[in-house]
Design a protein around this ligand. Structure first.
Ligand code: GDP
Ligand code: MG
Length: 253
């Protein structure tokens, strides 16, 4: 029986699919876990892991586009509606997978998953049955523009509100960033505000400064975990972070 479901969430291109593959491989090779891989993206064309459950066995956006004469975005929304109708089957298929840890990859376009009922409902159902945590990937390359980082942090807070289960945030694609002050930008709110003041002007600067105040209040204690799915960096810290989410209610194993 699965000990833990890990749901990867994050904007398109933040690295969910790649991390599902390489973190899963690491858990199997280095930590001796049996990992189940789940793909919940009905629109993906290629997966770098071999899924134990694949939503495309039930629904694909490609079929919907042809059958219902839709473009890719409408087809993705339609796919979420169809997924909502099949939630019981989907959850039952995931729950019966034999692995110790189940890694769940979600649609490239995160908003369709988190705003339409299917996503939060599937995740909530999984949580009712076993321990489930969301890992939000905050694309570290966004730090090249500090206001983008602030908006991405706001998105991670929005995910926590919408999904209603424990959510941890990690910086993904860290190998692509050479900014040395990345830790300070995230941990030191005054430094973040100074950087925002230096970066932009006018209304946008004022708005991002106000958003940074909200983030300070809402994000709680943020530990920075930096990962690179392609270079295999930070997997042990990611594992610890997931593990610690459940420390208050017992050990993982
Ligand atoms: N340099 C680098 N590229 C990455 C990393 N993770 C993903 N990518 C690349 O970013 C692109 C999008 O990744 P993908 O996993 O498909 O993102 P998803 O849309 O969130 O599933 C692909 O070209 C990946 O090869 C990483 O840690 N470092
Ligand atoms: Mg993907």
């Amino acid at each position: 029986m699965t000990i833990l479901n890990v749901v990867f969430l994050g904007p398109a291109g933040s690295g969910k699919t790649t991390l599902t593959a390489t973190f899963g491989e690491w858990l199997e090779k280095e930590m001796d876990y049996k990992v189940s891989f789940v793909n919940l993206d009905p629109g993906c064309e290629y997966l770098p892991y071999s899924p134990d459950f694949d939503i495309r066995s039930i629904i694909t956006t490609r079929d919907i586009m042809i059958r219902e004469k839709m473009g890719p975005n409408s087809a993705m929304v339609r796919a979420m509606e169809l997924m909502k109708k099949r939630i019981e089957d989907i959850v039952a298929s995931i729950v019966k997978l034999p692995g110790d840890i189940c890694l769940i990859d979600t649609p490239g376009q995160m908003e369709v998953f988190i705003f339409h009922a299917a996503g939060p409902k599937i995740v909530k159902e999984l949580e009712n049955i076993g321990r489930t945590v969301n890992v939000f990937l905050l694309d570290a390359t966004l730090t090249s523009k500090v206001s983008s980082l602030v908006v991405a942090e706001l998105m991670s807070i929005a995910v926590q509100l919408l999904m209603e289960i424990p959510t941890v945030t990690v910086l993904s694609k860290i190998d692509k960033v050479d900014r040395e002050d990345i830790d300070r930008l995230i941990l030191d709110i005054e430094y973040l505000k100074d950087s925002l003041r230096k970066e932009g002007g006018g209304v946008i600067k004022d708005l991002s400064l106000e958003i940074s105040e909200v983030i300070e209040v809402l994000r709680g204690s943020l530990r920075i975990v930096k990962v690179s799915a392609t270079k295999g960096i930070g997997f042990d810290q990611l594992y610890d972070l997931i593990h610690e989410t459940f420390c208050t209610c017992g050990d993982l194993t």
